[in-house]
Write a protein that binds this ligand. Structure first.
Ligand SMILES: [Fe+2]
Length: 368
């Protein structure tokens, strides 16, 4: 059999993210949250073990599940950690092959091959244990199917978001994992050894409440799947990563980054839908053209300022725009990002935000 994706560079034949799953016991809250983010609930499934709902927006697929009894994966995850992201599902070329190869490379199996057929099209899944208690599911889809999985039913007349409330989010950019101090390297190695991911970035961010070390792993195309991994740096106070680990009672998905083509419009819409964002010191925007020379010719700085959107990058042709929501599901939050030929994660913003506050203090005569 000849494969299109499986190769020595891509040993599991990963194509893209297939979906992720949120487990909750507060369905109404999570449903409203995903509606506010612009998703539409289009399929559902009810059984003795769990109720599941399938949401879609452009290129993003999300399953929200309420587990109903002990021994059910989603129920147990929620019981141990509270609401959160319990499954990362990767689209693969051959789910059986991906499982066998992953085990050969040291992974722990969670699920043997399952096959289902919808209108003559086969979907095959297998799973391994990921970081923390997160399941890593491999999904092979031999074609487009009406139902996301065979147990789902289509919802008649799904309640679509109105045009004025549609934030127009497009695709998953990255999913950031928080792990215990000392474990970052282990999980970087996990993604490298088992998935064949490459390591693209490392940063060390110091600061009160922000101390963290971070490495980024991704598929060799640097696009299809991107996973930053953070561990706390305790040398500088109580790290935000440690705060996450304490609240989630373990390692887990810290934030989910989604792209938009027009971040100013998206943020305006998200504000209309009830999201709040951190105010940024106005001095940050005075310093911006010095940090990214020429950005003022491409972006309306007043718009960025009025919406508190951050920018980071090298020059006028290579930068990104980003903003973070407050925490939304336990300690999990969302990032909205627009990339202009820049593959960073906004690491320059930590220093820039710090500098803007310091400059403000100087101006007010607080700092000498
Ligand atoms: Fe991020």
């Amino acid at each position: 059999m000849s494969y299109k994706y499986i190769s020595s560079d891509n040993p599991l034949g990963i194509i893209r993210m297939d979906h992720y799953e949120i487990t909750t016991q507060n369905l109404d809250n999570i449903h409203q949250l995903y509606r506010n983010l612009g998703f539409t609930r289009i399929q559902d499934h009810f059984c003795a073990k769990h109720d599941s709902y399938y949401y879609k927006q452009n290129d993003m697929d999300v399953i929200i599940t309420v587990g109903k009894k002990e021994g059910v994966f989603q129920y147990d995850y929620q019981k141990n950690h509270g609401d959160g992201c319990c499954t990362l599902a990767f689209r693969v070329e051959d789910a059986d092959y991906a499982l066998k190869e992953a085990i050969k490379r040291g992974a722990e199996k969670l699920q043997d091959l399952r096959e289902e057929t919808i209108d003559g099209i086969t979907i095959r899944t297998t799973a391994i244990k990921g970081f923390g208690d997160v399941k890593n599911l491999f999904v092979e889809r031999c074609g487009e199917t009406k139902q996301f999985f065979s147990h789902f039913s289509l919802i008649e007349n799904p309640e679509k978001i109105s045009a004025e409330n549609d934030p127009k989010l497009i695709r998953l950019d990255h999913l950031t994992n928080n792990v215990y101090h000392g474990d970052m390297e282990k999980w970087v190695q996990f993604y490298k050894d088992i998935y064949g991911f490459i390591e693209v970035r490392y940063f060390d961010i110091k600061g009160l409440k922000t101390g963290l070390f971070s490495k980024v792993v991704c598929t060799p195309d640097r696009y299809s799947v991107i996973i930053p991994i953070n561990e706390p740096d305790e040398s500088n106070g109580y790290s935000q990563i440690q705060e996450y680990l304490d609240e989630h009672k373990g390692e887990g998905v810290q934030h989910i980054a989604m792209t938009t083509d027009n971040i100013v419009e998206t943020v305006r819409t998200l504000r209309k839908n009830g999201f709040e964002f951190l105010d940024i010191n106005p001095i940050y925007y005075e310093l911006l053209p010095k940090r990214i020379p020429g950005i003022e010719s491409k972006e309306n700085i007043d718009d960025l300022k009025s919406e508190s959107i951050l920018a980071d990058g090298d020059d006028v042709d290579h930068y990104l725009l980003q903003i973070f929501t407050s925490t939304q599901i336990g300690p999990l939050f969302y990032e909205i990002i627009t990339r202009k030929a820049h593959d960073g994660f906004g690491e320059g913003n930590f220093q820039a935000l710090f500098d803007s506050i310091e400059r403000d203090q100087e101006k007010r005569g607080v700092l000498k």
